[in-house]
Design a protein around this ligand. Structure first.
Ligand SMILES: NC(=O)C1=CN([C@@H]2O[C@H](COP(=O)(O)OP(=O)(O)OC[C@H]3O[C@@H](n4cnc5c(N)ncnc54)[C@H](OP(=O)(O)O)[C@@H]3O)[C@@H](O)[C@H]2O)[C@@H](O)CC1
Ligand SMILES: Nc1ncnc2c1ncn2[C@@H]1O[C@H](COP(=O)(O)OP(=O)(O)OP(=O)(O)O)[C@@H](O)[C@H]1O
Ligand SMILES: [Mg+2]
Length: 370
């Protein structure tokens, strides 16, 4: 029996039954595999479309060359705001990915409980145990005010040094903690520091859009669920995949000046002016943490793109020209390439840490260090 593209597993099985040719299990498995492979490639309608970003050239254009005159910090200082009792992996994935791509320094601001755990994953990260959750604060409003001011001040004293903040991976949803993070976002805006909002940061921002509205250095990176919540809140309707581009454009416009990276089978990116897609082959594994790699990666590429645009004073021949768009395109393309390499190697056992190990090789393939 010939397996054709468009046939699903049941069609194959039924067809085999009808022909009284029940194939051995191994053959069926092989056919199921072929259908899946064909399905993934066949569905990739964005690839080669006019919306598809020229991601390899963008990666080449914004990745800085090594220069012996540069000092520590010039290739990027990133801070992740996240990590609580439940989640220690997510902030680690984001922060270590930033370093593996080429940032010089990566900080994590997390709760006291999460800090020793995150530190133990890696000596490379600078971990600040400054965030507080309700259970550790008590009920007295005076204490809360005092602690909140202290938390915000602890982060703020570093703020000017950061090239980008990633707010949300593994942050949790504790109300007191989220109030403090709202203040941290306001301080970052005042200092003109770019902010990537991911994970629980999106829960916070969806309920208080004023935090990012009108800030062109804000990037939101929603997954399927987070996007649905944003669309419902902002556009007052359901997600419309028939007009995915139009809806994303409206969403970014309606929130006001932000850039949105909608994650999925194909990543869609819009700053409210244009829409671009990144659909290079990724991995079929959907293990948790890939979005965290993405947020850390986007932080680095956004910092590099911004540096380049500021240094080049408008002479740069690259499209699009918005650094937040460039950061999203580069981050998405690199993560997908690394995921694909990791999957080639590890197949079903591919984990987020395997993908992180492929980030360097993936960038090297496109843009060699020397
Ligand atoms: N190792 C760690 O420390 C990691 C920590 N992480 C941190 O966890 C926090 C919460 O983030 P999140 O992504 O679990 O929250 P959200 O999107 O609300 O999902 C909640 C539930 O919605 C569902 N669901 C999810 N995706 C779906 C889909 N595509 N299509 C349909 N349904 C979907 C699914 O529900 P289920 O299918 O189990 O019923 C899921 O359980 C955040 O801080 C993040 O950074 C992660 O980064 C991973 C690694
Ligand atoms: N169906 C898919 N096929 C191929 N790649 C995908 C698919 N869904 C997501 N991705 C890729 O995985 C990356 C992470 O997206 P995902 O939806 O898993 O984020 P997330 O849920 O926030 O992850 P995390 O577990 O870190 O919170 C995206 O950038 C996207 O490129
Ligand atoms: Mg996520």
């Amino acid at each position: 029996m010939i397996v054709k593209h468009g046939m699903n597993y049941l069609t194959v099985l039924n067809s085999a039954r009808n022909h009284k040719l029940a194939p051995p299990l191994a053959v069926l498995r092989r056919q199921q595999f072929l259908i899946r492979v064909l399905g993934v490639r066949g569905d990739n309608r964005m690839q080669g479309s006019k919306f598809e970003a020229d991601s390899d050239n963008i990666l080449r254009a914004i990745t800085p060359v090594f220069d012996p005159n540069r000092h520590k910090g010039q290739a990027g200082k990133i801070a992740v705001i996240g990590g609580c009792r439940e989640y220690t992996g997510a902030p680690y994935f984001a922060a270590i990915s930033a370093l593996k791509i080429g940032a010089d320094l990566s900080h994590v601001f997390c709760t006291k409980d999460a800090a020793p755990v995150i530190k133990s994953y890696s000596p490379e990260l600078i971990v600040h145990p400054v965030l507080e959750e309700s259970y550790s604060v008590g009920d007295r409003d005076r204490d809360k005010d005092h602690i909140s001011r202290r938390v915000v001040a602890e982060v703020d004293k570093w703020m000017e040094r950061f090239d980008c903040l990633v707010v949300g991976p593994g942050l949790g949803r504790d109300p007191f903690l989220l109030d403090c993070v709202s203040e941290i976002i306001k301080q970052a805006r005042q200092s003109n520091v770019p902010i990537i909002i991911d994970g629980d940061g999106l829960f916070l921002v969806t309920n208080n859009l004023g935090l990012v509205s009108g800030y062109p250095l804000a990037i939101l990176t929603p997954n399927v669920n987070e996007y649905k919540r944003l669309v419902q809140k902002v556009l007052n309707c359901e997600v419309n995949d028939q007009d995915a581009h139009g809806q994303l454009l409206s969403l970014a416009k309606q929130i006001g000046e932000v850039t949105i990276l909608r994650k999925g089978k194909c990543d869609l990116i819009s700053d409210g002016e244009i829409v671009k897609s990144v659909s290079n082959h990724g991995s079929p594994r959907r293990c948790g943490g890939q979005g965290d790699i993405l947020s850390g990666s986007v932080a680095v590429f956004l910092s590099w793109a911004r540096q380049l645009i500021l240094a080049d004073e408008g002479n740069l021949i690259i499209s699009p020209t918005n650094p937040t768009m460039l950061g999203c395109i580069a981050g998405s393309a690199l993560l997908r390439k690394a995921a694909s390499l990791a999957f080639e190697d590890r197949k079903r056992s591919t984990l987020t840490t395997d993908i992180i190990e492929c980030l360097g090789r993936s960038l090297e393939d496109i843009c060699p260090a020397c």
